[in-house]
Design a protein around this ligand. Structure first.
Ligand SMILES: Cc1cc2nc3c(=O)[nH]c(=O)nc-3n(C[C@H](O)[C@H](O)[C@H](O)COP(=O)(O)OP(=O)(O)OC[C@H]3O[C@@H](n4cnc5c(N)ncnc54)[C@H](O)[C@@H]3O)c2cc1C
Length: 342
């Protein structure tokens, strides 16, 4: 099979990552479907290159130019694909915009994903870190996905149990890393829907709006309003959302920290461990609103690192390393970056 004709060389990625980092890809291919991936696998000059699958570029930090092949997911389409006694199944192609997809489900009277409104990025990337927000995570309504496996050249179907979903984690960050390209994702949306107001800030927003029995659309509207208040819009200020995961510690460690820092923000987990609010730890180290060169920490949310203009990936990483070190020295807790660093 010949090299795909729409391969581009030296493509700028600046407008394709929400940090706005000015890096270039040696080879770049928009992927409209599985045929493009099969063609890459069949072209020896391309198959041997390092690969980066790109969706919306909203969970990515590009350290430097990418000396390989960027596969930019561009397949589109959303359909109701079936139902059973409890659920309606909806299948969306990987290149669909996530928030656009959530709105599509609501417009079609299919609630379930409303708490995950306005998360940037693509449908295809949503299982990678099991996106989550406002008391919900993708795994709750995930049914299955289809992916191209670069190792075998086959299209594989994975059910929920195959995906090893965890907190900002899945099999795609481990065994299937650099192997599977997600082509489409199917969700099981409940026929008997209940509002999910577990997240206190969301419940408060609904209450302030005077809504006693919220619809899924009310919840989506409230989530959108909170997110717009709290998070910088990447179109105005480059960022990748939360730059650090909330660290999970043992109850003994949490008790020791609480004794030293009575205002410590922590959340009990089902297994007896505690999740600490990384933003609080960073704020305590005095980083909120501060900058190191052209990279900075957002004024309203210490978990979000921002590109104040012309920052390179190395500038952002330098700031991230300094924050990790300060938090470690003060709390003996090691923060882990959430975005994929390439
Ligand atoms: C302002 C802001 C707020 C955010 N808020 C949240 C939040 O509340 N909760 C949350 O969980 N995340 C949040 N994020 C992070 C981000 O939106 C999600 O991680 C999103 O799923 C990333 O999608 P993407 O298409 O942009 O992925 P990319 O950044 O393009 O890619 C991320 C990773 O997924 C891989 N990938 C992408 N597509 C595919 C595919 N089809 N097949 C295989 N691998 C693929 C890439 O290779 C890369 O490793 C936020 C980001 C921003 C900028």
């Amino acid at each position: 099979m010949a090299t795909p004709p729409d391969i581009r060389h030296g493509q700028s990625l600046r407008d394709l990552n929400t940090f706005g980092i000015d890096a270039h890809a040696a080879f770049y291919l928009p992927v409209g479907g599985v045929d493009a991936l099969r063609a890459v696998r069949a072209a020896p000059a391309l198959f041997g290159l390092p690969r980066l699958v790109l969706g919306g570029g909203s969970n990515l930090l590009l350290q430097r130019d990418f000396d390989g092949l960027v596969l930019h997911m561009a397949n589109r389409g959303t359909v109701v694909s079936g139902e059973d006694a409890n659920s309606v199944f909806v299948t969306a192609q990987a290149g669909e915009n996530w928030h656009g997809f959530v709105l599509w489900t609501l417009e079609h009277g299919l609630p379930g994903l409303e708490n995950l409104s306005l998360i940037p990025g693509s449908v295809g990337a949503s299982p990678i870190q099991n996106i989550g927000a406002y008391g919900s995570e993708l795994a709750e309504h995930f049914h299955s996905l289809r992916a191209f496996d670069f190792s075998s050249g086959e299209v594989i179907t994975l059910a929920k149990g195959d995906c090893a979903f965890g907190y900002r984690d899945s099999v795609f960050k481990h065994a299937l890393r650099e192997r599977a390209v997600i082509l489409e994702v199917t969700f099981a949306l409940p026929k008997r829907w209940q509002p999910n107001l577990r997240y206190a800030e969301l419940a408060a927003e609904i209450s302030v709006r005077g809504i006693a029995e919220p619809t899924a659309q009310d919840i989506s509207d409230a989530v959108i309003a909170i997110r717009k208040r709290k998070l910088p819009d990447p179109a105005q200020l480059g960022n990748a959302g939360s730059f650090f995961k909330n660290p999970v510690v043992s109850s003994a460690k949490r008790d020791a920290l609480l004794a030293q820092h009575p205002a410590l923000v922590s959340y009990p987990q089902a297994d007896g461990s505690y999740k600490l609010a990384a933003g609080w730890l960073i704020d305590q180290c005095g980083w909120k609103g501060k900058s190191l060169g052209p990279a900075g920490v957002h004024e309203k949310q210490a978990l979000v690192l921002v590109n104040r203009g012309g920052a390179s990936g190395a500038d952002v990483l330098k700031l991230a390393r300094q924050i990790i070190e300060d938090v470690r020295l003060r709390f003996d807790v090691v923060l882990e970056p959430e975005p994929v660093i390439v």
